[in-house]
Design a protein around this ligand. Structure first.
Ligand code: HEC
Ligand code: HEC
Length: 294
């Protein structure tokens, strides 16, 4: 009886050891891995797996205590995240809420464009999952006991793919942008607005408004959906608040259409928007000397 028990235990340990070693890229099936319990909580073995990976790949920046003060953090801007306060910028959840596991996994997998946070795309899915769980051990707030508050993220509207309609929507987006966003992001979206000059984040580190013309410098990711998510939920911990309750989804997609225009016209200054000339935008004429206004 005792022997049988020991043998089972030894096999389990061996399996664990095998999983902690290097292994080929896992398939999507690993999300239903038997070592995760029904609630998606990791068993202690996986915390162990996360700990090892974290020590090797993350602690240099995020610190062995998860406080963002790793030896390589010196001089980095933005600073590596301090995981002790459960404050996360990149989320599909309410401003102030903890992120979903999928949000954390996306940040680890894709990295944070425009910052020193690298992509770990080559890691196996269950390694990324273990890391996403492991960073929660540094929390001092108890917030991980709550459920994340998911926010509705409306899909990209059909009109975005209509060559005429998206520009009309972008013109509408420009009006909102000039009123609300330009103060920080600058009239041309370059991140040079007067109100964006001396901003700090929750840790009192300086933070600059994003240059919206450059999709590959956007922390949330380069796609229009990524921009929509950032505008909707905000970047908690930074002065970039969420506009999910100020503007309905249509208005937020209009803003995204305008960001799309800023990106396109950055590459092709001859590109113009309908009616935008009538709203006496001096900035458009300096940015796009080739504009033929109607
Ligand atoms: C070279 C330094 C560096 C390394 C190595 C690094 N990070 Fe980061 N990480 C950063 C920086 C800098 C940020 C903050 C980006 C920002 O504020 O826009 C960040 C942000 C994050 C975020 C996003 C937090 C949020 O606010 O949503 C997560 C999650 C994260 N890192 C996890 C990890 C994990 C896990 C590893 C190891 C597998 C790792 N990082 C390795 C520098 C690093
Ligand atoms: C108070 C100043 C301020 C205002 C107003 C503001 N932003 Fe921002 N925004 C920022 C800052 C600062 C960042 C960068 C935050 C960071 O990286 O931590 C940012 C980042 C962003 C990003 C990139 C997010 C990412 O994932 O990296 C987008 C998109 C954006 N803002 C769009 C908008 C839009 C659209 C509006 C108007 C509805 C707006 N912002 C209003 C300060 C502002």
């Amino acid at each position: 009886m005792n022997n049988w028990y020991l043998k089972e235990w030894a096999t389990a340990l061996l399996m664990c050891a095998a999983m902690m070693g290097t292994h080929p890229k896992a398939s999507a099936q690993d999300y239903a891995h038997p070592d995760f319990d029904g609630a998606g909580k990791l068993k202690p073995e996986f915390i162990k797996q996360g700990k090892k990976l974290y020590a090797n790949h993350c602690s240099g920046c995020h610190g062995i205590k998860g406080d963002g003060e790793g030896p390589a953090a010196y001089g980095l801007s933005p600073k590596p995240r301090d995981f002790s306060r459960a404050v996360f910028k990149f989320r599909s959840t309410d401003f102030g809420s903890i992120p979903t596991d999928a949000d954390i996994e996306r940040s680890i997998r894709e990295g944070i464009p425009g910052t020193s946070m690298p992509s770990f795309r080559l890691f196996a899915d269950n390694d990324i999952k273990a890391l996403a769980q492991y960073i929660k051990v540094f929390d001092t707030t108890g917030k991980w006991k709550e459920a994340p508050i998911k926010v509705a993220l409306d899909p990209e509207p059909q009109w975005m793919h209509d060559p005429v309609q998206w520009k009309t929507k972008a013109s509408a987006g420009k009006v909102t942008f000039d009123q609300v966003c330009a103060v920080c992001h600058g009239a041309g979206g370059a991140g040079d607005g007067i109100g964006g000059q001396a901003l700090v984040d929750n840790w009192l580190h300086p933070v600059k408004p994003a240059d919206l013309r450059k999709p590959h410098d956007i922390g949330s990711g380069p796609s229009l959906e990524d921009a929509f998510r950032a505008i909707t939920t905000g970047l908690y911990g930074s002065p970039m608040v969420g506009y999910g309750s100020s503007f309905d989804a249509e208005k937020r997609w209009e803003l995204v259409a305008y960001i799309h225009f800023l990106r396109q016209s950055h590459k092709n200054p001859a590109l113009s928007l309908p009616e935008i000339s009538q709203s006496s935008s001096t900035e458009t004429s300096t940015n796009s000397p080739e504009n033929e206004f109607e």
